[in-house]
Write a protein that binds this ligand. Structure first.
Ligand SMILES: [Zn+2]
Length: 327
């Protein structure tokens, strides 16, 4: 399912994890040996026990009795070492590498099969690669300022944009913080420039920081990639990655070029993710009627019926900022 590039990057990450774990354990061992000279002595004594057994055999006499004595000495040394380390807040297991993945010890394979950690890393790298193709970057909620939203109620809707956006931002923040991969899908709706993209990228920032795989980008770019791959004009597995990531953010739905191929690709993505119970965030300028006209009942009913709608409102923030900078 994943390409060669994400496999190579994943294996390189695992190799780094392994060598980090080994180096950390060795450094800690050395530190303890230097700080507690008794640790070194105990280890030296324990290392001599097999030589002592050999000696006992060579000396004849009562071998069994001597072996028992050496075993008891060895056990006493082990107990002493572990108590000594315990007194210093450590354990003998700290001398062993502490691998990130206990299943495969960061080798990427367990029982001859790719480990879950390898698959997770490949998924993350594939998602990252797709998201990096868009010019979009994850943002933060802190950068969202309510000063650009009027506190006066709109004469037509009776809603004050600032109050409305405060609620939407609070909802999105809680959504991002509590994200667990099986959350509701969101439909961010509203005119151009009122913060839909910013909100979805702020969610992406938090969800990514919690270790989930996220793909975000303009819908036009993603569908174009799928089309190129479908007709053999480029390699890749964009559709699989879009369906398989923990969170998919499709920006500017409705602005892409209109074609039956795009519509069926979009249907596959939305439906595939709903079936897998994976959340999708869609931002769009289109209302329900326009969504139906554009994509047909099959897609529109899934989006409007199964996604949680969030309405963004106000005046174009970018234009306001531009105006301010010119004043
Ligand atoms: Zn593993």
């Amino acid at each position: 399912m994943y390409n060669r590039d994400s496999y190579d990057k994943a294996m390189a990450t695992l190799k780094e994890r392994r060598s980090d774990a080994t180096a950390r354990a060795a450094a800690f061992h050395e530190k303890m040996r230097n700080e507690l000279p008794r640790v070194r002595e105990i280890e030296q004594l324990m290392a001599q026990s097999s030589a002592k057994v050999v000696q006992a055999i060579l000396n004849h006499g009562n071998v069994e009795e001597q072996v028992e004595r050496i075993k008891a000495e060895n056990l006493a040394l082990q107990v002493e070492l572990s108590m000594l380390l315990q007194d210093h807040g450590a354990a003998t297991s700290d001398f062993e590498p502490q691998y990130t993945c206990k299943i495969c010890e960061d080798t990427g394979f367990a029982n001859g099969k790719p480990c879950v950690c390898l698959e997770q890393l490949m998924r993350e790298f594939s998602c990252m690669e797709l998201s990096e193709l868009s010019a979009m970057k994850p943002t933060s909620f802190e950068d969202l300022s309510l000063e650009y939203y009027s506190s006066k109620a709109d004469s037509r809707t009776g809603v004050a944009p600032r109050a409305q956006m405060r609620q939407v931002i609070a909802f999105c923040r809680a959504y991002a913080e509590n994200f667990d991969g099986h959350d509701d899908s969101l439909l961010l709706r509203g005119p151009t420039g009122v913060g839909k993209t910013h909100l979805s990228l702020a969610i992406a920032g938090v969800v990514l920081s919690h270790g989930y795989s996220v793909v975000y980008g303009p819908i036009q770019q993603m569908l174009h990639r799928i089309e190129r791959e479908h007709f053999g004009r480029s390699d890749g597995n964009t559709e699989d990655v879009l369906i398989g990531c923990d969170l998919l953010i499709l920006d500017d739905v409705g602005t892409e070029f209109s074609s039956s191929f795009y519509t069926s690709a979009l249907y596959n993505i939305i439906n595939g993710r709903l079936m897998a119970e994976k959340p999708t965030i869609i931002s769009t300028n289109l209302n329900q009627k326009e969504l139906t006209e554009r994509y047909g009942e099959q897609i529109a009913s899934r989006i409007t019926g199964l996604f949680t709608p969030l309405v963004c409102c106000g005046k174009d923030v970018r234009q306001q900022k531009l105006k301010q900078s010119l004043e």
